[in-house]
Design a protein around this ligand. Structure first.
Ligand SMILES: C[S@@+](CC[C@H](N)C(=O)[O-])C[C@H]1O[C@@H](n2cnc3c(N)ncnc32)[C@H](O)[C@@H]1O
Length: 210
């Protein structure tokens, strides 16, 4: 009951996803979702370093327990900032992906510190492309969440820094979240502009294994 009430007051996210980000790269018989703890990901094998609901295989993405060329599609969304060696994860994604298969990488650029279970780094779009260089063809690239998302997410986090008690922080999250969320639609003007990368929130790459 208490949880249900809290859910009703939970504000909408202070961000929108880029409506032009492609999503239609083909799925196959076997697909891999890296880092889907506490999530149901139908159609995918869900691999995570934590044993929590939704996870099928507990393993480190730097060393995956799969044979080579197994998966048609690999999702790696908001994970590379949490691993110790992102280049090893990219090399593993290349290994387990079948020829012609697609990998989807999403990483934060301007985003608050968040530990799952650690938080090591941020990526520009150029930095992300550099990780993939020489291994994959780039099928699509861009910003998933834009500069307005950055401003709103940081404004809410900043306000919470002033509040010593958890309940106050939860209240600030709710009140500011409801007040600020309409501004998120301003990102419709930015997410596809060349300026998005100056203070963009999360960038994406779709990669094809040749
Ligand atoms: C920010 S969450 C990603 C959530 C999900 N992809 C989404 O977008 O909702 C990061 C996830 O990566 C997992 N993770 C962190 N380090 C990992 C590693 N070395 N190998 C596999 N999973 C890892 C965390 O346990 C966590 O579930």
């Amino acid at each position: 009951m208490k949880r249900g009430l809290l859910k009703i007051f939970e504000p909408p996210l202070p961000l929108i996803h880029n409506p032009h980000e492609p999503r239609n790269f083909p799925l196959g018989r076997r697909n891999l979702y890296i880092g889907g703890a506490n999530r149901r990901v139908p159609g995918y094998v869900n691999l995570d370093i934590l044993l929590v609901p939704g996870v099928d295989i507990v393993a480190d993405a730097e060393q995956m327990p799969f044979p080579s060329n197994l998966f048609t599609r690999v999702e790696c969304d908001a994970v590379l900032e949490h691993v110790r060696h992102p280049e090893r994860v990219i090399s593993e994604i290349e290994r387990v992906l079948a020829r012609g298969g697609h990998a989807h990488l999403v990483t934060p650029f301007c985003h608050p510190f968040h530990e799952y279970p650690r938080d090591y780094r941020r990526f520009t779009l150029d930095g992300l492309k550099e990780l993939a260089r020489g291994r994959f063809e780039i099928a699509a690239e861009g910003w998933r969440t834009g500069p307005t998302a950055t401003m709103l997410v940081f404004a809410i986090e900043y306000a919470k820094l002033w509040l010593p008690w958890r309940l106050w922080r939860a209240l600030a999250h709710g009140v500011l979240g409801w007040l600020l969320f309409p501004l998120r639609y301003l990102d419709l003007f930015f997410v596809n502009s060349s300026r998005a990368g100056r203070i963009g929130n999360h960038c994406y790459l779709w990669l094809r294994k040749p």
